[in-house]
Write a protein that binds this ligand. Structure first.
Ligand SMILES: [Zn+2]
Ligand SMILES: [Zn+2]
Length: 107
């Protein structure tokens, strides 16, 4: 099990699936829960558990809501790819997701 223990007052432990991670909790006006583990070159939080790799924000959404239906994506309302706050994550279809990002790259 990946285990990253909270070390500071601005952090707390958080489970993503069965993986306990350490996240920072930002100031109240920036409530993003920023993944502190490995990040992909694309900026998404990334982890592995028993040799199975996962995207942190997808696991965070699943922890809050259950399994992501096939063919769906998770949109970051806050546009921070490394944020795993379930309140900032939205389940969307690829079509809906493209509509959320009329100009920029998906996040
Ligand atoms: Zn966020
Ligand atoms: Zn998005």
């Amino acid at each position: 099990m990946a285990l990253i223990v909270s070390r500071g007052a601005d952090c707390r432990s958080y489970t993503v699936g069965r993986v306990l991670i350490r996240i920072e909790v930002g100031p109240l006006d920036t409530p993003c829960h920023v993944w502190q583990g490995t990040k992909l070159p694309s900026g998404y939080g990334h982890g592995s558990y028993q040799r199975r790799h996962f995207l942190a924000h997808r696991r965070a959404w699943e922890q809050a809501h259950g399994e992501i239906p096939a063919g769906h994506q998770i949109h970051h309302r806050c546009e921070r790819r490394d944020c795993i706050n379930p309140d900032h994550l939205e389940l969307v279809t690829p079509t809906e997701h493209a509509a959320r990002h009329p100009q920029g790259e998906a996040s």
